[in-house]
Design a protein around this ligand. Structure first.
Ligand code: SF4
Length: 339
């Protein structure tokens, strides 16, 4: 009996290791529905996986309500037939990022900031992702190629902030991150590092002791921008992760995307802001959808989101209202939506 208990504990520890959870995040539509006790789903379309494979890490999956086809977390990851539609105004590269890429893996769109695509992988595949069709293979920054990016940043003294994105930079191991971050920190004119990660809310086990010790050892300001769209994504595991990051001195912000049938409701957005504040995270941006091919069914009419946002402003103190913004190609900053 004792032996079996030890084995069970060991098996659970193994399952909770973030690398094992990451590896196991690739599942099929049929498996996803089976695990949620759904015999079928009126919107599910497994063939959409061929365009953008399905990935759902267990900690996120466990927050989806079993047997509930309209669960807002499920609808963010479920492959649907509507992704195959060609819709006017939607493209593969809605932000025209290719144009701002001086070398593979680097996007220099805003004067003082540069974005490094540190990896092409993610733990979760969000069906609305604006980089779902991005040619990652052409922009793959292999470990040995980081040197070119570091040299570019070195030669451009106007860059004071380096943003690690992807994919999701936290799928890299602590060793790889340490190598990259320490090279960035060594550049004198870089005074801030920002990490954009959806793993904090979808695979919070990633915030392990090694990662915290790495962040604590960096002699610079570190900002972590979480991507969380619905209050149901925030559980005790996420709160534990943000607590550790806070203790390491990391500034915690969140950005969300306005998504039809998921968070297009002022009271849901207000609950999200409150839940974020309770775990030490400030709402930062609320983005309108980037018009990427395959995501048109998530879009909301302008008049509708303006109404939602005005209502949201009435429900929250100003510091908990995220800035409503759009990304418009060619603009030198995010565009705040005039409400
Ligand atoms: S985690 Fe971010 S980059 Fe990855 S699929 Fe989701 S939105 Fe896209």
């Amino acid at each position: 009996m004792i032996q079996r208990t030890i084995q069970t504990v060991e098996a659970q520890a193994q399952l909770d290791d973030w690398k094992s959870l990451l590896k196991a995040s690739r599942i099929s539509t049929a498996d996803l529905l089976r695990r949620l006790n759904l015999d079928e789903h009126p919107l599910a379309y497994a063939d959409a996986e061929k365009q953008f494979e399905l990935r759902v890490p267990r900690p996120y999956l466990e927050k989806i309500e079993s047997g509930q086809p309209n669960d807002p977390l499920l609808l963010q990851v479920l492959p649907q037939k509507r992704e195959m539609l060609e819709v006017d105004g939607y493209s593969n590269d809605p932000l025209d990022e290719e144009k701002f890429s001086p070398l593979p893996g680097l996007i220099h769109k805003y004067k003082s900031r540069v974005l490094l695509i540190a990896t092409q992988s993610c733990a979760v595949h969000c069906r609305y992702c604006f980089r779902r069709n991005f040619p990652y293979n052409e922009h793959r920054v292999a470990r040995n190629d980081w040197q070119n990016a570091i040299e570019y940043i070195n030669e451009n003294p106007e860059i004071n902030e380096v943003i690690l994105s992807g994919g999701d930079p936290l799928v890299l191991t602590n060793e790889h991150l340490s190598e990259l971050l320490n090279q960035i920190v060594a550049i004198k004119h870089v005074t801030r590092i920002r990490l954009h990660s959806r793993l904090i809310s979808t695979l919070p086990q990633r915030v392990d002791a090694g990662f915290i010790s790495l962040l604590s050892s960096l002699n610079t300001n570190v900002v972590m921008v979480m991507h969380c769209n619905h209050p149901n994504e925030i559980g005790q595991d996420v709160a534990d992760a943000t607590q550790k990051l806070k203790h390491a001195g990391v500034v915690l912000l969140n950005q969300s995307v306005l998504l039809k049938n998921i968070n297009d409701n002022a009271s849901i957005l207000a609950r999200l802001s409150e839940a974020l504040f309770n775990i030490g995270v400030l709402p930062y941006y609320l983005f309108t959808l980037d018009k990427v091919h395959g995501a048109a069914h998530f879009d909301i009419a302008t008049s509708t989101y303006l109404e939602i946002y005005r209502e949201l402003q009435g429900l929250l103190p100003g510091y908990l209202v995220p800035r409503l913004a759009s990304e418009i190609p060619d603009r030198t900053s995010k565009t705040l939506v005039n409400t």
